[in-house]
Design a protein around this ligand. Structure first.
Ligand code: ADP
Ligand code: MG
Length: 306
């Protein structure tokens, strides 16, 4: 494949959808929306977000999943994606593997590839995902209320354990093939106050909600969900869960009165959710152990430019 035959191949493989009036092939795409739409962009750079020799199939999946995660955290269902891909050289087998990962994930959720860009240079990829808002308001970081339950989806800390070298297939899968909970968006749309996706570590990402909402929180640290198939050292586990990141799951707050409905709706689609704490009017983030004793946890989440 050379550049223009790759573009023709992408055009043939991109799925059509009613909102796509014009997809790949012109200078821009033309989309038509009936409802409010969310837009979000994410970049992954070789040497920063992944190793230069990373598996291209996993990169294709992850490049899309990290933007889908933002869409989900805003309360929207992903519909379209633009992909800007920069690669050091034109490599047929690398591209084939990359797009097999990309399209497998896109097709799972009927996300249409509607355009993008190809360049030569140090490997990096940027996805811009558009999602359809399912409730009347986007889920914002600033909407948590004192008394809200704090929830997380999926498992937390597994991806970080793989980065730290824990050699388990489920930990590696969490790192390389993140699965943000797309199915939950519609089911939970009436219940959620505030939400954020967990990309930089639970503590830091929850902290964004707390600051934006002017509330504090108590977290039952051992309620943070972990995959019991993966054996772990206890001290490291807590650290990975609070400060690790790369989870691409959602942290959200909701009134206590919705507790049972949230559990029931999540069970319908087989999606794991866990209530891990509560918002309070007193500022600050407090961790409790199983006995209800307060514990100190120190760590640093990921931050660029530091
Ligand atoms: P231009 O030179 O006008 O920017 P390109 O040759 O880059 O146009 O792109 C031609 C068409 O191919 C456009 O519709 C563009 O959106 C699409 N395209 C280019 N790269 C990608 C990509 N990585 N993924 C999806 N579509 C792409
Ligand atoms: Mg052009």
């Amino acid at each position: 494949m050379a550049e223009f035959s790759l573009i023709a191949w992408l055009k043939d493989n991109a799925s059509d959808a009613p909102h796509v009036s014009l997809g790949i092939g012109d200078d821009g795409c033309c989309l038509h929306f009936k409802h409010d739409t969310i837009w979000s962009m994410d970049t992954m750079v070789a040497g920063v977000h992944f190793l230069p020799n990373a598996d291209p199939q996993a990169l294709g999946h992850k490049a899309l999943a990290v933007s889908v995660s933002d869409c989900v955290a805003m309360g929207s269902i992903p519909q379209s994606v633009l992909l800007s891909l920069t690669i050091p050289s034109y490599d047929d087998s690398w591209l084939k593997a990359y797009f097999s990962g990309f399209f497998a994930y896109a097709n799972k959720y009927a996300i249409s590839l509607v355009g993008g860009d190809l360049s030569q240079g140090p490997c990096s990829m940027t996805t811009t995902v558009q999602g359809e808002l399912v409730s009347s308001q986007p889920w914002c970081r600033s909407a948590a209320k004192a008394g809200d339950d704090i929830w997380v989806t999926g498992h937390i800390g597994l991806a970080a354990s793989a980065v730290a070298g824990l050699d388990h297939v489920r930990a590696k899968s969490a790192l390389h093939y993140p699965e943000p909970p797309v199915e939950l968006v519609k089911l939970l749309s009436g219940f959620i106050h505030a939400a954020i996706d967990i990309s930089d570590g639970f503590a830091q990402d929850l902290g964004h909600i707390l600051r934006a909402s002017c509330v504090g929180a108590r977290i039952k640290i051992d309620c943070l969900p972990w995959d019991d198939n993966v054996t772990y050292p206890q001290k490291e586990k807590r650290h990975w869960q609070l400060f690790g990141g790369d989870d691409y799951q959602i942290c959200f707050t909701a009134p206590q009165s919705y507790h049972d409905q949230i559990v029931e709706q999540s069970r319908r689609v087989g999606q794991k959710v866990a209530c891990v704490g509560r918002c309070q009017s007193e500022m600050g983030l407090v961790y409790m152990d199983d006995e209800g004793d307060q514990i100190q946890m120190q760590g640093h989440a990921w931050e660029h430019f530091t």
